[in-house]
Design a protein around this ligand. Structure first.
Ligand code: SER
Length: 597
């Protein structure tokens, strides 16, 4: 049976033979991207290149990208969903298109991985009023010998991909396109009517599982409609864990070598067999693995952003461990060790990390122990007729999963009305989705003219702050909307009103000098030699993209501002107009937040 290390190598080798360059995956945790907390798709770091900016490594790229999707958190436990996963990705940036992509990956799956053709199903986009049916892909699949009964058509909900979903949900500037997906049929999973009367590749019953997706990124949302991009791109995403499951013809991801050691370690901790309580084992294995990956990226549990996600993962696993009968404060080290052994040498992970990561998780376990006790105290004060209504509060505030409250309630001889919980949960989800949409729009993912203008303005502000306050100024993050820009920075002292006025004057002076803004792809060492400012928490590849303001591509050393950045930017500062710094406030011991418009 192929191991996960062999699968990695065969995929990379296959595409390297087809002139692809392997790029460094980006960090799982995104510190300087206002649009999202985690990398959730391989294409995320390549947006500006899909839009047309030159990538320093060329037009054919490949990598395996660690990803985290918190939206799937409630699905974990069905054997085929995880929050942390790896995505095999290959990209054509205006280079090859449908013909090569479809032929190559069919060869890869059927010849290199030897997946039986009769178990594979492909899907294509059926077309709508705005976008034609993907006849080209259909014809290509037929030519490759895929039986017509194994080629299915779906609408935008299933066969259109953009980070924000179907065309109508795409914000201004977002890229996307029709997709062609590949499904593997698991005979051992039988269809159940609760998922619909007829089973089909996109049915949720688990009989068919999506293992790969080729997106033909040729559209951009512009002025409320879809416009063709100047270049045709391919964005391929292969679910690494699911492909491992397909290779072994067993839908349970947790039996692959990406998980088996974790399960064994958990069996020892719980003194129970995996088969006896699969769902709990799966949640713990997934959540602790994701926690290890997030801790490795430098995050610690907290009440906001990535730290909150980490806290939820650890607490949820702890309650599940409790259900499995583990002690209230289990020793997490052997579990973390099993994860580090599986990924040893990948993503900078090694067994040396066990001390730090286990301590972070263990500390949170100690803290949760207290919350758990407080939650129980709260629960014990509730009357029987309050329990159904309070189940959601216990879930939200004390991290009690529904089944824990159900068990506690049953001990009182009362049956919990779970509908109330589900209704409140649904309302909460809808609300948080609406919030997250705002968060998304608030960032650079909206590549509207004004957002791009503000993005360039942040570079000028960054440099001007350093001019006035000294080179100790360091960027902490930014968040840009069409209405204003927000720039967080570190400084050992609070700037005075006069100093802020001076920063504003310098920025406006640079704008009026009509300085060119240009992009250079350079070896990292040369970019550093030039003095380009990098974001200290980010890990960069050997060749990097920098944006300069002033000077010229031939003489970038005299540029006013030089920063490691993927763009996009205006081409001349002239486009910015006037910038006004509206407010600067202290948000940490030496961190300040500046708003400008
Ligand atoms: N971006 C697509 C996905 O995430 C293909 O890589 O499925």
């Amino acid at each position: 049976m192929m191991t996960h290390r062999e699968l990695r190598k065969s995929y990379i080798d296959f595409f390297k033979k087809r002139d692809h360059v392997q790029i460094e995956p980006s960090s799982l945790v995104l510190y300087n991207d206002p649009t999202t907390l985690f990398t959730s798709a391989g294409m995320q770091p390549l947006i500006s290149n899909l839009l047309g900016a030159k990538h320093p490594m060329g037009t054919r790229l490949i990598d395996i990208q660690p990803c985290f999707r918190s939206v799937d958190i409630d699905e974990v436990g069905d054997g085929r969903h995880t929050t942390f996963f790896e995505m095999m990705g290959n990209w054509s940036l205006g280079d090859y298109f449908k013909k090569e992509q479809i032929e190559w990956y069919w060869t890869f799956f059927t010849e290199v991985l030897s997946l039986p053709k009769e178990k594979l199903y492909v899907t294509i986009f059926e077309g709508n009023k705005e976008i034609p049916k993907d006849i080209e892909s259909e014809t290509l699949w037929k030519k490759l010998g895929v039986a017509p009964s194994h080629i299915r058509e779906y609408d935008v909900k299933k066969n259109w991909w953009s980070r924000s979903g179907p065309p109508e949900s795409m914000p201004e500037g977002e890229v996307g396109g029709p997709s062609s997906e590949l499904f593997f049929e698991f005979d051992t999973v039988l269809h159940t009517p609760r998922f619909g009367s007829v089973c089909h590749p996109n049915c949720e019953c688990g009989h068919y599982v999506e293992i790969a997706n080729s997106v033909f990124v040729e559209y951009k949302k512009s002025n409320n409609s879809l416009q063709l991009l100047p270049q045709k791109n391919v964005d391929f995403g292969g679910g690494f864990d699911r492909i491992m499951a397909a290779i072994q013809n067993n839908p349970d991801l947790f039996t692959t070598d990406l998980f088996s050691q974790i399960i064994t370690s958990l069996e020892e901790l719980a003194n129970k067999k995996y088969e006896s309580q699969k769902s709990e084992f799966q949640v713990i294995a997934d959540h602790i693995k994701a926690s290890v990956m997030i801790c490795k990226a430098g995050i610690t549990p907290s009440n906001k952003e990535q730290g909150y996600v980490l806290r939820r993962l650890i607490r949820r696993s702890l309650v599940k461990m409790n259900i499995l009968g583990c002690s209230m404060k289990p020793d997490i080290k052997p579990l973390v060790k099993s994860i580090l052994t599986i990924y040893d040498g990948l993503y900078d992970l090694s067994e040396q990390d066990n001390g730090t990561i286990s301590k972070t998780i263990q500390d949170e376990i100690e803290r949760f122990d207290e919350t758990l006790r407080r939650g129980l105290k709260y629960f014990n004060k509730l009357n029987n007729d309050q329990l159904s209504e309070q189940a959601f509060n216990l879930y939200q505030t004390y991290g009690f999963p529904l089944e824990v409250t159900q068990e506690l309630t049953a001990q009182r001889g009362v049956t919990l009305d779970t509908n109330t919980f589900h209704q409140m949960n649904q309302t909460h989800k809808k609300l948080s989705k609406k919030a997250s949409i705002g968060f998304f729009k608030g960032g650079l993912a909206d590549q509207s003219e004004q957002v791009v203008i503000y993005h360039t303005a942040t570079h000028l502000i960054h440099q001007a702050l350093r001019d006035v306050l000294g080179a100790g100024v360091r960027q902490e993050g930014s968040n840009i909307t069409g209405e204003r820009l927000r720039f967080d920075f570190q400084s050992s002292f609070k700037p005075t009103d006069e100093e802020i006025q001076e920063v504003q004057n310098i920025v406006n002076e640079k704008i009026s000098e009509k300085l060119p803004v240009y992009n250079l792809a350079l070896p990292k060492s040369e970019a550093e030699k030039l003095g380009a400012l990098s974001f200290f928490r980010e890990k960069y590849a050997d060749t990097v993209s920098i944006y300069c303001i002033g000077g010229s591509a031939e003489q970038p050393d005299v540029a006013y501002s030089k920063e490691f950045c993927g763009g996009p930017h205006v081409i001349n500062t002239d486009a910015i107009g006037k910038i006004k710094i509206d407010n600067v406030k202290k948000i940490g011991s030496s961190t300040f937040r500046l708003y400008a418009s």
